[in-house]
Design a protein around this ligand. Structure first.
Ligand SMILES: Cc1cc2nc3c(=O)[nH]c(=O)nc-3n(C[C@H](O)[C@H](O)[C@H](O)COP(=O)(O)OP(=O)(O)OC[C@H]3O[C@@H](n4cnc5c(N)ncnc54)[C@H](O)[C@@H]3O)c2cc1C
Length: 419
């Protein structure tokens, strides 16, 4: 059995941030990070589809304590390098245990401890050893979806299709799409990323959507950061100033979207028309039925998705799927979309707190019976924080705030005597 003061669940961007905050703000607190993958990075390691990149800027998606010095939108590789530097610079590796899957977590009022059952797989993923860890405090950084599979809806005739179906979350390393007709189902950030990355190799890529998404088109650059760099301002200052600018503008944009939706729509549409031309009709494919920011707005850096459509290598179809056929997809309109490869960019398989079975004094815990406090703790669940990011701002802004909150909360929680 291993005992620590704080146990961090997950070594994604949140878990590595938690480890940094513990080292920085509570150097005398013992802790460990348990991660079921064989390496750090979470989302940015498990997603390997072409073009994989952030859709928010790295000034705010990066940590507040490590300046971001690249273009605002970053590739998964750049994000992994950045997070890896945080691990190296702060000697965090010795606190992380990889291939450790937490299966159960039980709180006991008698001992005032969490007890975790953890299964360790060996490097080949074959052998398994069960370990028990105890901790005074749990810091949940497990993300919000299963990394082992994506979400695929059920469609009639799915098994009749004779081509290849791929979910972006499980992208096969050897998928050869050169000269192939590809249909991507979905029009969220994943589709907007994949399509421009595939068009140079594929014969044609069709984005098939049930309903349109708002896209925000802008340069992958931050003017203020570039100006400050020209003036030889220290990178730490640039990071802080640019973060403040982005947070302020982001809040303003969300407010104007609610108060003057028609104005925001016009601005968003104008940026698309600048690429597609004024005579291109935006109404069937790019005009959602809801107002901006009711759902996430997908960012299109440098307008690459629209350049692909304009160039004729990609196209958009807005229709409902009637059924799959041996050759492709039959749409409700009666059109059949033929495809060699169908990519289901249809979202995540959401889960609750890493699929861990929680109990309190032997009673199974149902999170739907609880209410969150500041979106980071749950009623009736002691000595635990949970990291969940924002809807209209970068995830890591919240992860850093919870870093301060948890580091301060642990002061009294881990010192409190058993009740
Ligand atoms: C393609 C893509 C792009 C995105 N782009 C952005 C963006 O630009 N901006 C933004 O704000 N958000 C973005 N998101 C959302 C993104 O997932 C989060 O912002 C962020 O990466 C989540 O980090 P995390 O560390 O909290 O969770 P994750 O990255 O999900 O990492 C959680 C880790 O915990 C581990 N884990 C889970 N359960 C257990 C368990 N029981 N035992 C042990 N280990 C466990 C997992 O293996 C994983 O490594 C994006 C998501 C995707 C899929």
């Amino acid at each position: 059995m291993t005992h620590v003061d704080v146990l961090v669940v997950g070594a994604g961007i949140s878990g590595i941030g938690a480890a940094y905050h513990l080292r920085d703000q509570r150097p005398d607190t013992s802790f460990m990070v348990l991660e079921n993958q064989s390496d750090f990075g979470g989302t940015w390691r498990t997603h390997t589809y072409p073009g994989i990149r952030s859709d928010s800027d790295l000034y705010t998606f990066g940590y507040r304590f490590k300046p971001w010095v690249g273009d605002p939108i970053a590739t998964a590789e750049q994000i992994l390098t950045y997070v890896g530097e945080v691990i190296d610079d702060n000697d965090l590796d010795r606190f992380i245990r990889y291939n450790h899957q937490i299966v159960t977590a039980s709180w006991s009022r008698d001992t005032a401890l969490w007890t975790l059952e953890v299964v360790e797989t060996d490097a080949g993923g074959v052998g398994e050893t069960t370990h028990v860890f105890t901790a005074k405090f749990l810091w949940m950084c497990q993300g919000y979806f299963r990394h082992s599979e994506g979400y695929t809806p059920e469609w009639d005739g799915f098994d009749d299709y004779e081509g290849t179906v791929v979910h972006p979350q499980l992208w096969p390393d050897d998928l050869d799409y050169s000269g192939k007709r590809v249909v991507v189902i979905g029009s969220g950030a994943t589709a907007a990323t994949l399509i421009p990355a595939m068009v140079d190799t594929a014969e044609h890529v069709t984005m098939l959507q049930r309903s349109p998404t708002y896209f925000r088109v802008a340069k992958n650059a931050n003017e203020l950061a570039d100006t400050l760099r020209d003036l030889d301002i220290d990178e730490a200052w640039i990071h802080e100033i640019v973060r403040r600018e982005i947070v302020k503008n982001g809040a303003l944009f969300a407010q104007i979207s609610a108060e003057q939706p028609e104005f925001v729509k016009e601005e968003l549409f104008a940026a698309i028309s600048e690429i597609m031309g004024d005579d291109y009709d935006l109404s069937p494919h790019f005009t959602p039925s809801y107002r901006p920011w009711r759902q996430r707005i997908a960012f299109v850096p440098d307008g690459d998705l629209f350049h692909a459509i304009k160039g004729g290598k990609a196209s958009v179809v807005t229709d409902n799927i009637e059924r799959f056929t041996p050759r492709g997809i039959l749409l409700e309109s009666g059109t059949e979309l033929e495809a060699d490869i169908i990519i289901t960019a249809t979202g995540f398989d959401l889960n609750v707190l890493g699929d861990i079975r929680f109990t309190i004094d032997g009673e199974p815990l149902n999170f739907h019976d609880t209410i969150t406090y500041r979106g980071s703790m749950f009623t009736g669940i002691p000595n635990m924080v949970w990291v969940f990011g924002y809807f209209r701002a970068s995830w890591t802004l919240k992860a850093d705030l919870i870093g301060d909150f948890a580091a301060c909360s642990t002061t009294w929680m881990i010192c409190a005597p058993p009740s």
